[in-house]
Design a protein around this ligand. Sequence first.
Ligand SMILES: [Zn+2]
Length: 502
Amino acid sequence: MRHHRIPTAFLLATAFVAGVAATASPPPTLKGRAVWASPREAGTTEATVVAYVEQLAKAHVNTLIMELKTSGGIFWPSDRFAPAVVAEYRAFDLPAVLIRECHKRKIAFHVWFFDFAEGANSYVAQQHPEWLALSPDGKPTSAETLRGGPYRMAWMCPARRPGYTDQWLIPLIREFAERYDVDAIHHDYVRYPGDLAPDTYCFCDYCLEEIPKYASYYSTAHPDHPLLGRMDRPHLEAHWETSPKVLPPNWKDYGREMKSRLLLEGSFFPGGNRDLDHFFYEYRVHHVAEFTRQVAEEVRKVKPRMEFSAAVFKNPVQSGRFIGQDWRRFSPWVQYLMPMDYRSHYGGDFETHLDLLAESIQQQKVWARDFPHFWPGVAAYQLYDEEREPLTRMRRLLRNGGKDVAEMQSAFDKVAPRLKTYAPDLHGAIEAYLRDPKDPAEPSAKLDAFLANVPEGYYPPERLTKTLERVRAQDVEGVVIFSSGGITSARLWKAVEEFFGK
Ligand SMILES: [Zn+2]
């Protein structure tokens, strides 16, 4: 028997490979490692896009959700929707480059749409004022004020057909799906406005006609028939099955305000419970969910296997009531459910928020059981309110002349130890100013410079890690971080890299 000598170099090579395999880190435990992002983070050249995607890959991000339709316009060089294209993106095809670079690195790309939120001056809001959601006094959301300033968003009516949904939004999404090799369509603002009075929309002409039909408040075949059955039960509302006529005889003479009031505050039975709001909320929930169905069907005509993801509020029972977003009804039409479990959506301090977050995720897992993928979202930047708020307060005080020294002192006390460690120079300048508050210019300039470029460590990365650990401990498939820009400005990439890498 002949013995073949195995070359030493080969033995060494295999030993080396085996050694590497044995010591290499195990694959990341979370299947979904996503970030929400805005186009300015990727820039408008090939080089900036490559650098941006490189950063994502380095941090083990495997899903990028990039907003390419905001309230300000669209970010791809569309011909059909040319007037809505944001200027810098007419010549540079951002999604083409971004998707190519993502796919090279096995990063899935979800295109993020602001569904029903438009800018007050956006092209479509200007061109089609008849598609705007209207309040009982016939005004769009852009006529409202919020926290003392004008409300800049123009919410569109989700229900109206033909209208914004079927004439603008769905064709826009379909064009994107047709044109690009996108892995999923991401819904955001898939709802009614919530930060204004949540009961105020929509009472456009279409909705005033449709709500009574939707809830069978009269019969179109026999519009004047009372449709009452025998009233022989002790409870008034127990006589509902025949769908008795709810609209008053002179409904047609009512103005918008009166009609809206009846639809929101009226009673199904005269003298009964004031329960018509139930049907109003149900109508809104229906139309938001209906949009997710219609858009999926329309997009799948051109891309049969297209998937959908959605950013939603934390409790579908509450968001169904307040903003028409009962996302449990999205389940056949959305595959990736991404609740925005941001710190601002929970009361209490950081630790309390972690407990509430865990509790929320457990509830969501039950509600989300019909969705193939459940990836809760956290907002990185918001975790640092304690470190940031006193700085922005001091900046405001200094810009206003710095006269309110007591207020300055109280803000300073909250961050003084951290400032001493991370910005001794700024710490000294504010301390000097508080001793002798003459010239706010110097501390003000130093504070501006600090806020523009906060040093690594000032925002404690362990707070992000702790939040992400708490999410993962709930046994979820993935997690989404809002946003890559927040990670950059709070200097958290290293923390993300370490967390996603294990
Ligand atoms: Zn409407």
